[in-house]
Write a protein that binds this ligand. Sequence first.
Ligand SMILES: C[S@@+](CC[C@H](N)C(=O)[O-])C[C@H]1O[C@@H](n2cnc3c(N)ncnc32)[C@H](O)[C@@H]1O
Length: 246
Amino acid sequence: MPPHRMPPSPDGLAAQIEALLDEPTTTHGLGRALRAAAKEIELYRYHRAGSRAWPDGRIDAVPSKIQIGGGAHRIDGFLNIDAVPPADLLWDVREGIPLHDDTVRVLFSEHFLEHIDYPRSAKHYAREAHRVLAPGGQVVTGVPDAAFVLNQYPADPGQADEMIERWYAKRDCLGDINTYLDLINYVFRDQDDDPAYTPHLWAYDHEKLVQLFGEAGFRSVEPWPFDPAIANPKRQWGSVYVIAVK
Ligand SMILES: C[S@@+](CC[C@H](N)C(=O)[O-])C[C@H]1O[C@@H](n2cnc3c(N)ncnc32)[C@H](O)[C@@H]1O
């Protein structure tokens, strides 16, 4: 590398991205790509901080109950792992689950799986869940139910109202969500260009979850009876949950 060039670093790249985003000549398309890269750099920084402390990818603690991707919905008595604060442990789960083999009793996530890429990261997550669970351990997974939304299409436009109210009423997007097909688009994409939201990268239904966890080695995958003591009550409507047993 020429002596005047700094070695590449995520911090240097983040500064360059910020500067480019301020440039009036930056086009909409380039801006989208840069914002997506800036988000990934933020996740990378959090993940690096954790992985420096545990370079072999395994934390010292041996928790028996874990929540992945809980965001602000922390669960008492669980180790809450997320890519961003607030969480007990900041970790990018696409890099693996930082726990020891055969140790966990319950692994819970809801509205997380659809935010990681399929097949690479989703299948890796399912295999990692299987690795960290003790024999008989359970992974509970809830996602937006694509079948629920698709089964109602073509729908009377009025049928979209409840879904909009429950899922999107607080968002600054209602002017653009006018038809039932807009809602179907949201299940598959969510708001991919909104800094406040991470996009949906894959859609799931019961069958897809059964296949994903079955392929990862789980001996049974059944519907999970929604328990508001653990799950986020606002997720019950329009979601599908399964419980897979190792
Ligand atoms: C839509 S939020 C759901 C939050 C909560 N589970 C709920 O239902 O209200 C998705 C969560 O998954 C987390 N997440 C996304 N990708 C992740 C990753 N690669 N590793 C860990 N957490 C991730 C996000 O940071 C966010 O907190």
